[in-house]
Design a protein around this ligand. Structure first.
Ligand code: CP
Length: 315
């Protein structure tokens, strides 16, 4: 196990509670893990003999596969449980589920849950490490970290860099994790979208809020474009998908009015033709698949750090 340095937490629940030094330590540790993915045998022994549990109560392609591969590359044993095949559908509580799995020797629980705070509840109830893989509209810390890791690869120091988050901020746990992390690293953060999708209270987080995308196209260095989360919207928050695309969709015309070396990001899944056009998603400024690749190294770092902290510091 590597030296955990400033990292002493057995859980990763969000970026809000982390210091700048802790965030940088995770990113620096992830840098070291990137190389493993380039080897022909993509394995390291750091978690040999440990058991990692994926406990996913919401759908996921990227995060679940990325944590699975991260655990396997670190030589851990992996157990996968999804909502439909878990005994929570028979009425078992989340904490009872966690305790039963811990009794079988699970060391690290990766949890995605529709309720904000579910990972924190589990973390308080278990000796096992708990990593938040997205809880309601609260946080998605490893997505925030991999986004920031990808920006750091491009720019180095993020102090003073201008990062825009575009779209459905209200329902986005990715936006919250990005805002907390980026502000701690000294970046200027702008939120762009219709009034109905950006809560006014976000001003208190030290961000700029814009409702007219076209006025700020050439101001930002990065546009991190968020999915319109239809499944979390209980009433019409904009007139139509067509109108949303007209006002806030990032297409070739808008890309041409941005800085020439602007970085286009998206956490996925993408709704092509709504928040981002085909040619922008697949174009030269897009780092969308680089984000996914970097996610693996970031998640390897998180798994090793939380397990090491539990062993070294007792959590
Ligand atoms: N970005 C992200 O969380 O994607 P998934 O929902 O596919 O995990």
């Amino acid at each position: 196990m590597p030296d955990t340095g400033v990292w002493t937490r057995k859980d990763l629940l969000g970026l809000e509670e982390l210091s700048r030094e802790e965030i940088e330590h995770i990113l620096d540790t992830a840098n070291g893990f990137k190389e493993i993915s380039t080897r022909s045998i993509k394995k390291a022994p750091a978690l040999r003999g440990k058991v990692v549990l994926n406990l996913f109560f919401e759908p996921s392609t990227r995060t679940k596969a990325s944590f699975s591969l991260a655990a396997q590359r670190l030589s851990a044993d992996l157990v996968d449980i999804v909502k439909e095949s878990s005994s929570t559908v028979k009425g078992e509580t989340l904490v009872d589920t966690g305790r039963n799995l811990e009794a079988m020797g699970v060391d690290i629980v990766i949890i995605r849950h529709q309720q904000a705070g579910a990972p924190a509840l589990l973390a308080r109830s278990l000796d096992a490490c708990v990593v938040n893989a997205g809880d309601g509209t609260h946080e998605h810390p490893t997505q925030g970290l991999l986004d920031i890791f990808t920006m750091r690869e491009k720019f180095g120091d993020l102090a003073g860099k201008k990062i825009a988050l575009v779209g459905d901020i209200t329902h986005s746990r990715v936006a919250r994790s990005n805002i907390w992390g980026l502000r701690k690293l000294g970046a200027e953060v702008g939120l762009i979208g219709p009034k109905t999708l950006i809560p006014g209270a976000f001003k208190d987080l030290g961000v700029n809020i814009h409702h007219n995308l076209d006025e700020v196209l050439d101001h930002y260095d990065v546009f991190n474009i968020l999915r319109i989360q239809m499944e979390r919207q209980h009433k019409g928050l904009f007139p139509s998908v067509r109108e949303y695309h007209h006002l806030y969709g990032i297409d070739a015309g808008r890309l041409a009015r941005m800085k020439p070396d602007v970085v286009i990001m998206h956490p996925g899944p993408i709704n092509r033709g709504i928040e981002i056009s085909q040619e922008v998603a697949d174009g030269e400024n897009s780092v969308i698949l680089r984000q996914v690749r970097n996610g693996l190294a970031v998640r390897m770092a998180v798994l090793v750090l939380v397990q090491s902290a539990k062993e070294s510091h007792g959590g």
